[in-house]
Every structure is written in structure tokens, then in C-alpha cells.
Design a protein around this ligand. Sequence first.
Ligand SMILES: [Cu+2]
Length: 376
Amino acid sequence: MKILMKFLAVAAAFGLGSGAAIAADAPAAAPAPVVTAAPAPEATPAPAPAAPAADAAAPAAAAPTKAPEYVSPVSPRANIGMPDGRMGIQHQVTPIGKEAQTFHDYILMPVITIISLFVLALLGWVILRYRRAAHPTPSRTTHNTMIEVVWTLVPVLILVVIAVPSIRLLANQYSPPNADVTIKVTGHQWYWQYQYPDHGIDLTSNMLPEAGEGQPNQPTRTDADGPRLLAVDERMVVPVGATVKLIVTSDPTGVIHSFGVPAFWVKMDAVPGRLNETWFRAEEPGIYYGQCYELCGSRHAYMPIAVEVVSQADFERWVASRNGTMPGAAPAATAAAPAPAATVSANASTEATPAPPATVNATAPANATNQAATGN
Ligand SMILES: [Cu+2]
């Protein structure tokens, strides 16, 4: 009965979750691109959307340069938030991840190990003890009620013991606390887009190529960015200890991706035309890497994810550096210069995607900035 209630709770969480996701998505279109006195590099016009190479999904060097006033206070740490060749689960930094890791390490693995060794020993004993040489006259026994009852009941009890923490974990995963930060994550071919509807921030995150690779003028990876094939030019930045709600979807003209960060115990499919919701609360500052987890095309392996977890104060500095505003705060220095929202949106060729906030060149086709070559 209790288990049934849990299932109902999970089902309710699904239903409510999707409704909330839609509601929370509404403000996404609201923040107008703020055209303030942007730092000079940000004003660089987007490159023409004509990069020809068919496979040039990797973006031109159009990703916004980092604003000078925000220097990341955290740097990648070996063995944390990235694969390191060890067996087992990555070090977990969220409550759900810790619960899952405990479940895996202290219940599932011991149970699996004990059962496997027990069956192996039983098999070895039968093979040796009852081989023809040692046991020439076979037994004619066909039934033993006691043994049959035991080998039916014991597995049932084992499954019940596993089911309790398993369903509790599932229910906790789908019962998020109220969100402190909401981020809409959109999978594109082949990069990620992060929109902070409450902060008016819209980022495009591309993998940083190695030196000598990539396109001309494209920034290349350094060790401060992270490991090869995981470092990106724009990280998703979130405050430490905050409940982050992710609304995960995919480019309407695109394919299915999957957003996942192993250190957070987060993985959610990104499906065109659908809003999926998940959440995490990272409790340790740092940089945590993930990848696309759904085979999505030729550059599936080159659309990594990097999440930067920083203090609240650093998060606010980062928001300011991206020309965003904290929810509830008066827009800084924009009152005198109303954003030409109409102009910008009139040029937007795709509907709901606000033009990147820092793109001052309102005459450039919206979204020509980063993935022009992909075209689709
Ligand atoms: Cu993908």
C-alpha cells in the first residue's frame, strides 16, 4: 500500500512537473535584449552566416567573449566532475546523487556480489560433488517442498529490501523543492543553449577545440578550461546550494539529445517539441562536466556540458557580466536607454529564441551569431 502511494506521488510529480515547466517557460520571451554601453568586444558584429563547410557544425568564433569583470573563481579539479578512469560512480555533489551513490555502494553492490558468489559456489559444489566419477548413482529426487519455498521467498524478500530505497530515491528525484534558479536547456546540432528567463541571459555553449584545430579566430582550449573534449567556451553558471530547475528541450527542427552531468546524478532527454524537467542542487563549488547522452548525429561527441558552481556573490557578478539582472532587482543603467526590443525581435527569424543579449547589431539576422553553418 505504501509503495502504491509512492508510485502515485511519483506520477503526480510528473504531472505537476510538466505543468510547472510550461508555466515557468512563459517568461522566457519577456526579457528584452538589453542594449547598454556594452564592452567593446561584445559589440563585434556577428560573422556572416555563410561558413560553407558542410561539417562545420562547430561554431565560428562568434561566442561572446568573456566580460572582463568576471573571472571564474573555480577551476577544474582532477577526479572531480570529470571521468578519471576509476571504476564506480563519480564523486557526487548533490543530495540526490549522494543518496543514489549510497544506494549503489551499500545496497546494490553488496547484494549483487553476494548473490553472484553464492550462485558460483553452488554451481561449483554441484559440478564437483555430483560428477559421475564421485557420484555414479544419480539421485531420483524430483521435489523438495522446503527448498522450493525457500528459493521462492528469499528472492522476493531481497527484491522488497531493494525496492524500498529504490522507490524512495525515485520519488525524491521527482519531488523537487521550489526552484531558486530556472534554466532552459536546449540541445542543438551540435551545441547547447542555456537561457535564464528570470535573469535575461541567453548563452550558447560550444566545445573549445584544441590548439590548431577548430576554425580560424576560434578560441582554443587551455587547461584552465578543462579536459579535452569537455571544455566549453560558455559554462552554465549556478549558485552553490541553490535549487536549479532545468527545463530541457531540443531545437524544434533538430533531433533528440540528452543533457547529463554525472556528478549531479542528472540526465534528461532533450526532445523537440517537448519540455522535460529535472533539477539539481550542487553543494560544492567547482566545475562539473557532462555530455550529450543520446546519439544525435555526426558531432554527438563534441557537444559537452560544463557547469560552474560558484558562491551567490560570484553568481551575481557573473549575471552582471552577462548583462543580466537578478530577479527583483531594478535593471541597472538601462532605464535611460530602453531596449529596442521591437527592432530586434522584428528581425528574429526564429520565434521564441531571444537574440543573444549582448548582440548589439540589431540588423544581423538573429541567431546568426553562433551556429550559422549548421543551417538545418
Ligand atoms: Cu546530442
